[in-house]
Ligand binder design. Structure first.
Ligand SMILES: *Cc1c(COP(=O)(O)O)cnc(C)c1O
Length: 367
């Protein structure tokens, strides 16, 4: 039997090979290697896809988050609320500004920030709330936006894992003040290298971001602020433009696989991801939970099925943050880290392969 990879990026490339290679060649032959029409075309297309007024391409997802916080004028002494259960980049963006990280525990059923716990974490110094749409599942934005607007706090969404997801019927990209995207190759919309973007409905914030990503300059050699160099590469923009046209179809395929997992694993001995009725997730990851996670992972590996853990260690337990948080500080995030397992899912995976993974889990459950 063939092995089942976690995600097959080579197969994704091969499916679009002629289109991708034509677009990349076009960018190479243009003689224009920073900024220019490839970047502008993709920014316009992605803003349109997200139904937002502005899209600003940047170098990667971490920069999308950290430049956004800078644009919101977050400085040392300010507090930024982030989930305790997220990829470390969400936290790194806050530390890069010198601001104070204020983690909030997740709802274990979805992995996303527990909205009921946010209010207690707010202080007069809170400047921004950063909900993360983890695993491609939207966080519960409405109560977060209501809370933030009552207190004049900004909302910056980390949508790195959620290209195409909808919250209450509306595509992510324009709910919060700023929305940060990563196009890292393994994301649902993935480039052929590092890439990222920010979307927003706010013209002033968009203009400031454009300036910050380009040395704090609007006009060449005129620098209004001490900015950064973080631009979306035109070759990546060309590839992203091709892949954007296929995003909805590829997300549909992920959904069909997730639906199969959900229905056929319903009576099994593991906890399945819960989807609130207002959420239309894009299944970046299909994350199950079990107290016997390591054993299940081993059994699947034995059958040739590669799984991953997102994430084996939450940020507060990383050495990088050991100075700031005691190990016992966020028990829900810590417990999730010991239970979660991401099953293979991706647009080039077949239903037959999903059935094989399900059969393996069912066998393991009967042992
Ligand atoms: C991937 C990811 C990022 C960072 O994106 P990069 O492009 O790798 O810098 C940030 N937040 C989350 C939740 C991610 O999954």
């Amino acid at each position: 039997m063939n092995a089942i990879p976690f995600l097959d990026l080579g197969a994704a490339y091969r499916e679009l090979q002629p289109e991708l290679e034509a677009a990349v060649l076009r960018a190479l032959r243009s003689g224009w290697y920073v900024g220019g029409s490839e970047v502008e075309d993709f920014e316009r297309a992605y803003a349109g896809y997200c139904d937002t007024a502005y899209c600003i391409g940047v170098a990667n997802g971490l920069d999308a988050l950290s430049l956004s916080l800078r644009v919101l004028e977050v400085v040392p002494g300010d507090e930024v609320i982030v989930p305790s259960n997220t990829f470390i980049a969400t936290w790194l963006a806050v530390s890069q500004c010198g601001a104070t990280i204020v983690p909030v525990e997740p709802d274990p059923e979805t992995g996303n920030i527990d909205v009921g716990r946010i209010e207690a974490a707010i202080t007069p110094r809170t400047r921004v709330i950063v909900p993360v749409h983890l695993y491609g599942q939207p966080a519960d934005l409405e109560p977060i936006l209501a809370l933030a607007s009552r207190r004049s706090i900004y909302v910056l969404e980390d949508a790195a894992q959620a290209q195409g997801a909808r919250y209450k019927g509306r595509r992510l990209g324009g709910h919060g003040d700023l929305v940060a995207w990563s196009f890292y190759p393994g994301k649902n919309l993935g480039a052929l290298g590092d890439a990222g973007a920010v979307t927003t409905q706010n013209a002033a914030l968009a203009e400031k971001l454009r300036m910050f990503r380009n040395y704090g300059s609007k006009e060449k050699y005129i620098h209004e602020s001490a900015g950064f160099n973080s631009r979306l590469d035109p070759i990546q923009a060309a590839a992203l433009g091709v892949k954007l046209k296929h995003l909805d179809e590829w997300n549909q395929r992920r959904k069909a696989l997730a639906t199969r997992y959900l229905s056929r694993l319903a009576d099994c001995c593991i906890d399945l991801p819960k989807v609130p009725d207002w959420a239309d997730p894009v299944w970046h990851l299909f994350v199950i939970r079990t107290n016997r996670r390591d054993d299940l992972m081993k059994a699947l590996a034995h059958a040739g099925v590669t799984t991953q853990i997102h994430y084996p260690r939450p940020p507060h337990l990383q050495q990088a943050y050991s100075y700031a948080f005691p190990a016992a500080a966020y028990p829900i995030a810590s417990t999730l880290a010991s239970q979660v397992l991401s099953l293979p899912i991706g647009p080039q995976m077949s239903l037959e392969e999903v059935d094989r993974v399900i059969d393996c889990i069912a066998d393991w459950g009967r042992r």
